[in-house]
Design a protein around this ligand. Structure first.
Ligand SMILES: Cc1cc2nc3c(=O)[nH]c(=O)nc-3n(C[C@H](O)[C@H](O)[C@H](O)COP(=O)(O)OP(=O)(O)OC[C@H]3O[C@@H](n4cnc5c(N)ncnc54)[C@H](O)[C@@H]3O)c2cc1C
Length: 489
């Protein structure tokens, strides 16, 4: 008899789980409260500009390819991308510019030329990051994180090498051990923000992230980031996965601690397995409101959120690349304001992502599409309108000063995304970009797993194991599908 599963949410984790279950012979329906797929991976197309509104950095593209390959299809027929030779261009308050080449040797040479930090230190650091990846990826990213895990060879290997994991030091402390130039330390500290954390708190183990960008590579989809999710969505439809848009699930139907189906806006439906791609807080708080909330798991600190201005710029800037960072003058205070005071620092690090540098059609000729983002605290009901007005002024002053321009008169299009809107649009609790923060060495152990105490209920996506960001959401989907296969033999 055909087995039926549903997925609540068409974020990338939800779609990837649907594709995997469908391949395993399940009839899958995806319920999505908004009108389109993608969750946090959306786009704006207006006034001849196109903006990716969410993710902009793309690593481990093989995890996307794998979903097409599961169906014996050539991914290149559906989705294409290229490697970026320059990953990020860094601008410092003292006028230094570092062009972070992807190639480790070129990157190290550039750092030595611009700062005097020996190239060999960078190469040693990246070698260590590679080793960390080999030690941790199977245990912490690509496997279910359950008690059984601790009896596996990979876990044992990670345990035996515990000292090398740098879990007892913060990322910043580890970076200080490798480098003496504060600009280089700041550059490598920034990797903490890739999962919404604070380099002055997050464990040194997360320095593994630099391995993804500089040893494996940073990539960019041929038609922009939105193409990742759009191609997976089209491929899902082609493979008979059913999508029900503007159809929020209001409750997960339970009987005797067994998930039986969902109450969606369009009606009640029954399934053999229910997968939730909705934020874990929402799943317990709203969809399972009669169940006891696993408070220990849900008490953890949320990751950072973001404030983003999408600006259509009536000019071109040759000294900028696809990814550009204008660093803060006081990184420590920036994170202190964000995580301790839930505030925005007056001199924030400004990230300018210009997809039209890679995809010409994303802006009219002679113009550029600027995605100007600063990290922001999770939404705790701050006076956002005031904070946003101040931040906009500070960002413009900073851009003018550091890029020697007068940007405001060149802005001919503007839209804004803030923590409140992220929360409202994707139901991500407090507008967190990456679920929980990783600001403690226990974060990985405290994240909600992919299974639940409720039978036939499964969790997938950035708010559960192994965490947020596109690659981890894809890993989450793979683990969830594996758990379902194991429990429904
Ligand atoms: C501004 C921004 C920048 C980012 N930058 C990067 C980056 O550079 N690189 C990177 O890898 N990652 C980045 N991320 C993080 C990345 O986007 C997320 O980790 C990932 O997209 C989350 O996917 P998900 O599967 O958890 O689902 P989500 O994208 O959170 O989607 C969940 C979906 O579930 C739906 N839903 C929720 N509740 C219900 C319900 N009750 N009924 C029906 N549907 C429901 C929502 O509408 C939503 O569509 C960024 C995110 C943001 C917002």
């Amino acid at each position: 008899m055909e087995r039926k599963a549903c997925v609540i949410g068409a974020g990338i984790g939800g779609i990837a789980t649907a594709l995997r279950l469908n391949k395993d012979g399940w009839k899958v329906t995806v319920f999505e409260s908004s009108a389109e797929p993608g969750g946090k991976i959306k786009q704006i197309q207006k006034d001849n500009y196109r903006f990716d509104t969410g993710p902009s950095l793309f690593t481990l593209p093989a995890l996307v390819d794998e979903l097409f390959e599961l169906y014996n299809e050539n991914p290149r027929h559906y989705f294409d991308y290229k490697k970026l030779e320059n990953v990020t261009r860094y601008f410092y308050p003292d006028g230094t510019t570092i062009n972070a080449r992807q190639n480790p040797q070129e990157f190290a040479d550039e750092i030595e030329n611009k700062t005097g930090e020996p190239a060999s230190n960078v190469l040693t650091y990246l070698k260590h990051a590679e080793k960390l990846y080999q030690l941790t990826a199977n245990t912490f990213i690509f496997s279910p994180f359950t008690l059984n895990q601790i009896f596996t060879r990979d876990f044992l290997r990670a345990g035996l090498n515990f000292r090398k994991l740098n879990a007892l030091k913060t990322m910043h402390q580890v970076n200080e051990l490798y480098f003496s130039d504060p600009r280089v330390i700041q550059l490598f500290d920034r990797y903490a923000t890739y999962n919404g954390s604070d380099p002055f708190q997050t464990p040194g183990t997360l320095s593994v992230i630099s391995h993804l960008e500089h040893n494996i590579g940073a990539f960019f989809p041929k038609h922009g980031m939105h193409e990742i999710v759009q191609s997976l969505f089209e491929f899902s439809k082609q493979n008979n996965i059913r999508f029900s848009f503007q159809d929020p699930v209001n409750e997960i139907i339970l009987k005797d601690n067994l998930a039986k189906g969902v109450k969606a806006s369009s009606g009640d439906y029954y399934f053999d397995a229910v997968v939730t791609n909705a934020d874990v807080f929402q799943t317990y708080g709203r969809l399972l409101s009669k169940k006891k909330i696993p408070s220990k798991i849900l008490k953890q600190e949320r990751s950072s959120s973001a404030l983003i201005f999408y600006w259509g710029i009536n000019d071109t800037h040759e000294h900028l690349d696809v990814h550009n960072i204008l660093f803060s003058n006081n990184y420590k205070e920036e994170f202190n304001q964000m995580f301790t005071h839930k505030n925005i620092y007056e001199d924030p690090t400004v990230y300018i992502f210009i997809s039209s540098k890679a995809v010409k059609s994303d802006a009219p000729a002679g113009k550029e599409n600027w995605f100007v983002m600063i990290n922001a605290p999770a939404n705790k009901g701050q006076q956002w309108d005031t904070l946003i007005d101040e931040a906009r002024k500070n960002i413009i002053t900073k851009i003018n000063r550091m890029l020697k321009t007068d940007i405001e008169p060149k802005i001919e299009f503007e839209e804004l995304l803030d923590p409140r809107k992220i929360e409202e649009q994707t139901h991500s609790f407090q507008g967190a970009l990456y679920g929980n923060s990783s600001n403690s060495m226990f974060s990985a152990f405290q994240r909600h797993g992919n299974t639940a105490a409720i039978k036939n209920l499964y969790f997938t996506g950035g708010s559960v194991h192994p965490g947020g960001g596109i690659p981890l959401c894809l890993a989450s989907a793979s683990i969830t599908a594996y758990e379902i296969k194991k429990q429904h033999k």
